[in-house]
Design a protein around this ligand. Structure first.
Ligand code: CS2
Length: 492
């Protein structure tokens, strides 16, 4: 039963002692950060780090902004921005997070968002807008993207993330205020570098002098973020309401493990991150690549192969010995050898830790959630490794298997008339519907999507191996057979 009373500043005192809550006076905090993309990952990860800092550094509270959907704003505003974070490991531990002092939705509060970005207290703009939210093409900004075209025509009334980054900086420049640091917290290799190049490219289309000012005054550190965060489900909502004795309209959950590595390049001051376990580093490139290429690639592999095998969650998929064995070999034998050495990171131990996290039975992480946005995720998670492995003359059969599983997944969803959660849904489903089951022809149809596959489509060995993998997976009882081949030096 849903409790009558809502979690809020006024009801915080009614929380049972088992639920942790802010140890600082929220009224004494100031908003120093604007965060674009106030979804579950931000609230479970970065906001939790900042919550732990606010007692010592009250000037770094957050204004969370949804760029499109008012749901988070509508759920959290009546709660004064408070929500519950549940850490899942052998029984949940609950903590009410107070770092979000303001929650806005850009679609109907654009002026409030822009005014906040131009507030002198704000010195950091962070983003978790997912891969697709950056509107990137291979070589920079996707100028053909409808949102970018819209924003270039009306830069003072943006809709895209980059449009907001630049509109805020334009106001600050006009007001004679210093720029803010722009910190991408999404799963993209060189996230800061790519965002910087795209931002300056976009700004040049608005006003070349503004682009030069941004290039000189703003900074775009890279970061690596890690914590497995399953979407909020009914079980979590019920558990939280019962434990709180109050209704929380949008709790979030994550595994206890969390990591945040950030390049220490802040143009306008920064939170004392080191006090709460954020690793500040001169160069994080090795860390972000290792995480994307190992953890995220393994996740996507489990998602597409696991769904084809009828599994529902990551932990379920890891209980399939063939699949778990395949994913372990994929990481250890096919991916790890392609990674550059990273100081302080031992690949073998890192892989073992990832596998243990995937096995956590207390986390119900749906494979269908990870399967979202394959057209955006696979290029950054697997295609780079595939190119490197091929160039180094290493086996590519294991790496092609999850890619082929994605193609088959798309084909099956399309045939069943199920909409894909993917910005390329329409094009993908059209291809999926046209597929006939002839592996070589089907794979060619997908490879024609230049924005996704790029040069891979011109690499005959990859094209051929994708065809084999697709045919093996599509054959009756073929998945088990294909998984056995895995990365152990090829299949018959
Ligand atoms: C996952 C990631 O949904 C996905 O695609 O692979 O969100 C993953 O859980 C995080 O990157 C872990 O840090």
């Amino acid at each position: 039963m849903i409790p009558d009373e809502r979690l809020s500043e006024a009801t915080l005192v009614n929380l049972p002692p088992t639920v942790a809550r802010p140890t600082y006076d929220r009224a004494c905090t100031r908003i120093g950060i604007v965060h674009l993309g106030v979804g579950a990952f931000h609230r479970a990860h970065q906001a939790a780090y900042l919550d732990a800092l606010l007692e010592d550094a009250p000037e770094w509270a957050i204004c969370g902004v949804s760029l499109r959907n008012p749901d988070v704003r509508d759920a959290l505003r009546p709660q004064d921005g408070l929500y519950t974070l549940s850490l899942m490991d052998g029984g949940p531990s609950l903590r009410v997070i107070g770092a979000l002092r303001e929650v806005l939705c850009a679609t109907d509060e654009r002026e409030a968002v822009l005014a906040r970005l131009a507030n002198p207290d704000v010195r950091l703009l962070m983003l978790t807008v997912t891969e697709k939210g950056y509107c990137l093409a291979d070589d920079g900004l996707d100028l053909a993207h409808a949102d970018i075209a819209h924003d270039l025509a009306t830069p003072e009334a943006p809709v895209s993330a980059i449009g907001y980054v630049v509109a805020g900086l334009a106001r600050r420049r006009a007001l004679g205020l210093p720029a803010y640091t722009v910190l991408s917290c999404d799963n993209l290799a060189d996230n800061g570098g790519r965002l910087q190049r795209a931002t300056v490219q976009y700004a040049r289309g608005v006003d070349p002098a503004l682009a030069d000012w941004i290039d000189t005054h703003a900074s775009f550190p890279r970061s690596m973020v890690d914590s497995i965060t399953p979407a909020t489900d009914a079980a979590l909502r019920a558990r939280v309401d019962t434990a709180l004795g109050l209704h929380d309209a949008w709790p979030v959950q994550r595994e206890p493990y969390t990591q945040w590595v950030v390049e220490d390049r802040f143009c306008n001051g920064r939170p004392p991150f080191e006090r709460v376990g954020v690793l500040l580093s001169g160069d994080i490139a090795g860390h972000d690549r290792a995480k994307l290429k190992l953890l995220n690639a393994a996740h996507s592999s489990l998602a597409y192969l696991g769904i084809l095998m009828g599994e529902e969650t990551v932990a379920d998929a890891m209980r399939q010995p063939l699949l778990a064995g395949f994913v372990e070999r994929l990481m250890r034998e096919a991916i790890a050898p392609t990674l550059d050495a990273v100081a302080g990171l031992a690949p073998d131990a890192y892989i073992s830790a990832i596998l243990a996290r995937f096995r956590n039975p207390d986390i119900r992480h749906l494979l269908s959630q990870i399967a979202w946005d394959g057209s955006q995720k696979l290029p950054v998670r697997i295609f780079g490794t595939l190119r490197d492995a091929h160039a180094a003359g290493r086996p590519i059969d294991g790496l092609c298997l999850p890619v082929a599983a994605w193609l088959l997944f798309v084909r099956r969803q399309a045939r069943a008339g199920i909409v894909l959660v993917d910005p390329m849904d329409v094009a993908l489903r059209e291809i999926g519907r046209a597929c006939t089951g002839d592996a070589a022809l089907d794979v060619d149809r997908f490879l024609a999507l230049d924005a996704v596959f790029g040069s891979l489509a011109q690499t005959p060995a990859v094209v051929a191996e994708l065809g084999h993998a697709y045919a093996r997976l599509d054959a009756d009882a073929g998945i088990a057979d294909a998984l056995r081949c895995g990365t152990e030096g090829g299949c018959a």
